[in-house]
Design a protein around this ligand. Structure first.
Ligand SMILES: [Zn+2]
Length: 483
């Protein structure tokens, strides 16, 4: 070996050592950053849980102010953070993480309010974070202060790392998703569209990642949701003395119409999202159910398979518009013929079906000129009558599904991504109606048969939460890194 060659070898060795040292330090610092983000996410979750944000006695503004303060302290300019809303108790927080502006912004949403919880119904205090047997217990752990904490923690982590996204990342944590008259997403879109306008929206309140007895099954991406509409069935009658009854009776007219509704089923609907759902779920199911899912995903879907799957209330709801009687009233005295009889019929309309067509179908089903079917007026947060509009499904953008697939491959290789349609309604319907495609992505796993959202002793797995923090971090970067 010549002197020159020896020197080159020595230099190469030194460089290799230096590089591996650097790699070690960057591994170590990445691990340290992860650990400190876990701590931060934990602290944020605890802080949010301990601020009561119920509609009755809680205060969403306090939670919004607390998150704004955290973000300011972490280096977000005060000018990029707003706390505002239609009233003092229901303010939302919106923060903008500036990127290079190469692509249009992404909006991330989560709600800060929670469903009521009574201390006497619970095993633990629902407004004190309790860690027990590997779970975080408390109102909002599952729905959805965990998602809020995750997003704030990762916005802060990315900021500290000096990450520059290729687009603005907007975070809006909002009021009154669970009820109340000051829905934050609705208010922001109507009053300050420019604060939240985006190419698309990611909603952490939907698109659950499911596990069963600890086994990770699938990662959901909610791209569609059914449309909520109430209809009133009403029968009016002159009434009279009940000692001289006639067959023409408001309660009988209504009861007959409802009995006919009971055995009625709306026509089958399958769209891009539900077809994808059945196709991919077929691979996870077995036997007849798997075969039926495949047959339903075909065009046209197989009628016998539809009938078998529709026996399950969940699949039935995915395959049809559904309408069901939910409330009943009538009569004014035990000894008088009823002058009124009314029922509320709650419909969850398949995206694309026109609400007026559903009303006409209900009228036909009622099949009685003495039963009037009308849509119940819906009001927006400012008290104005809001027209009933259909919620368009969001097209599965390759940009989003590919970022999800890539992140899943790193975090949980082998876990399939499955598009879904919510049978219930989420805040995503406001953004979808506003023309912003919306994807529900919960980012963390929930035990399939242990959902306690809205119920007693609500909880999430502690490790699932921290794994979700990691996943959310990778997804945020994946969606906003130039490729
Ligand atoms: Zn929720």
């Amino acid at each position: 070996m010549t002197k020159g060659k020896q020197w080159i070898l020595a230099l190469t060795l030194m460089m290799a050592l230096a590089l591996s040292g650097a790699a070690q330090t960057s591994d170590q610092s990445r691990e340290a950053a992860r650990r400190s983000t876990y701590q931060l996410a934990h602290d944020l979750l605890k802080q949010l849980i301990e601020i009561n944000t119920t509609d009755s006695v809680g205060n969403v503004s306090t939670a919004s102010e607390a998150m704004a303060k955290r973000l300011r302290e972490a280096g977000f300019p005060a000018t990029d953070i707003v706390v505002d809303g239609p009233n003092a108790r229901k303010k939302n927080v919106v923060v903008r993480y500036h990127g290079t502006g190469k692509r249009k912004p992404i909006l991330f949403i989560g709600h800060l309010d929670v469903v009521e919880a009574l201390r006497e119904d619970w095993t633990t205090d629902p407004f004190q974070l309790v860690e027990k047997d590997g779970y975080f217990y408390d109102r909002g752990t599952e729905d959805m202060k965990e998602g809020d904490a995750m997003l704030v923690a990762n916005f802060i982590r990315l900021k500290k790392e000096g990450f520059v996204p290729d687009r603005d990342l907007i975070l809006a944590l909002t009021a009154d998703e669970e009820g109340g008259s000051s829905n934050g997403v609705d208010w922001l879109l109507r009053e300050h569209r420019d604060w939240v306008d985006a190419e698309y929206c990611i909603n952490l309140d939907a698109g659950e990642f499911e596990k069963e007895k600890g086994k990770r099954l699938l990662a959901g991406i909610q791209a569609s949701e059914k449309v909520y509409v109430d209809f009133q069935f009403e029968s009016l009658n002159p009434g009279g003395h009940s000692s001289v009854p006639t067959p023409d009776n408001a309660i009988y007219h209504l009861a007959g119409a409802l009995a006919r509704l009971q055995s009625f089923s709306f026509p089958v609907r399958v769209n891009e999202i539900t077809r994808n759902f059945f196709e991919r779920n077929a691979a996870l199911a077995s036997g007849q159910v798997s075969a039926d899912m495949q047959a339903v995903a075909k065009d046209p879907p197989d009628p016998a398979a539809i009938e078998r799957l529709s026996a399950s209330p969940y699949y039935n709801s995915l395959l049809h518009t559904t309408c069901v009687a939910t409330m009943l009233s009538g009569g004014h005295a035990p000894n008088a013929l009823p002058q009124t009889a009314r029922a509320n019929v709650n419909c969850r309309i398949f995206p694309g079906d026109a609400p007026e067509d559903v009303r006409k179908a209900l009228e036909q089903v009622a099949n009685d000129p003495k039963v009037k079917v009308t849509a119940v007026t819906q009001r927006s947060t400012d008290g104005k009558v809001s027209p009933i509009v259909t919620v368009p499904p969001s097209p599965l953008l390759p940009e989003v599904t590919q970022a999800m697939e890539r992140t899943l491959a790193v975090a949980w290789p082998g876990v399939p991504l499955i598009a879904s349609m919510s049978t219930g309604a989420t805040d995503g319907h406001y953004t979808r109606i506003a023309g912003i495609p919306t994807y529900g992505i919960s980012c963390m796993f929930f035990e399939l048969n242990d959902s306690r959202a809205h119920g007693k002793d609500e909880r999430i797995g502690i490790q699932d939460f921290y794994d979700g923090v990691d996943f959310n971090y990778l997804l945020l970067k994946g969606l906003s890194t130039p490729r």
